[in-house]
Design a binder for this molecule. Structure first.
Ligand code: PRP
Length: 209
């Protein structure tokens, strides 16, 4: 059995469709219910829906052999996994944003609100900039409006959230997209199905170009 962790939500259905096209179909997954685990013994596959930010944990610890996780999560948590393929979906960017009238004063410690503390720390360390990280769990955009922080480090997709809160992108840190990841031991011991999926994803990507 190949265990696959799928990200619940926006991306999940697109991702499952790619696995289905690769020959690892599991029709029961399309039934509308609250079940989280689905398997198709005939093709030897078991899928489970997990929170997108948890996919890498399942894969790193071997509860899933493979999975699909955003590059943001991989950069933030640095899990010990193999990153096999860029699916080129779920595209967005990690950016620094601030109020439209923000002017940076390099002499001052920069107050940065974010859900992505590790990414923010690494970015500003590479810039040699002193920062004070304010770790939040959501609604990051509020922080500069209320004067809690000078800037935020967050995901920007369409830019609508920033715009509607009178914020704008100040710097782009890194582009983000969904990645196929594998548990290191599974990659060795279940190489056949994993390789088949990888080849099929690569073929689909080529055909789309
Ligand atoms: C993300 C991010 C922004 C928003 C950006 O939040 O934190 O708030 O999407 O998207 P946009 O540029 O298209 O407006 P998400 O919806 O993933 O949920 P969150 O509140 O848990 O961060």
């Amino acid at each position: 059995m190949l265990n696959i962790a799928l990200p619940k939500g926006r991306l999940g259905e697109k991702v499952y469709a790619m696995f289905e096209a690769a020959g690892f179909e599991c029709p029961s997954i399309k039934e509308s219910n609250r079940k989280l685990i689905f398997e198709n013994q005939a093709v030897g596959v078991r899928y489970f829906w997990v929170k997108p930010s948890d996919v890498a944990i399942y894969v790193e610890r071997g509860a899933a052999d493979i999975g699909v996780a955003g590059k943001d999560i991989l950069l933030e948590y640095e899990p010990d996994i193999y990153e096999l393929f860029d699916l080129d979906i779920g595209k967005c960017r990690m950016a620094v944003a601030a109020k439209n009238d923000f002017r940076d004063d390099p002499q001052k410690t920069l107050r940065v609100a974010t859900k992505f503390s590790n990414i923010a720390r690494n970015y500003y360390t590479s810039q040699g900039r002193d920062i004070d990280i304010i770790h939040l769990n959501g609604s990051i955009e509020i922080a500069p409006i209320l004067g809690l922080s000078d800037v935020i480090v967050d995901i920007v997709e369409t830019g609508t959230t920033l715009k509607e809160n009178n914020l704008s992108v100040y710097e782009t840190i890194v582009p983000i997209s969904a990645r196929l990841i594998a548990n290191k031991a599974s990659y060795k011991f279940k190489s056949e199905p994993i390789e088949a999926i990888l080849q099929s994803f690569a073929r689909m990507a080529k055909e789309q170009k």
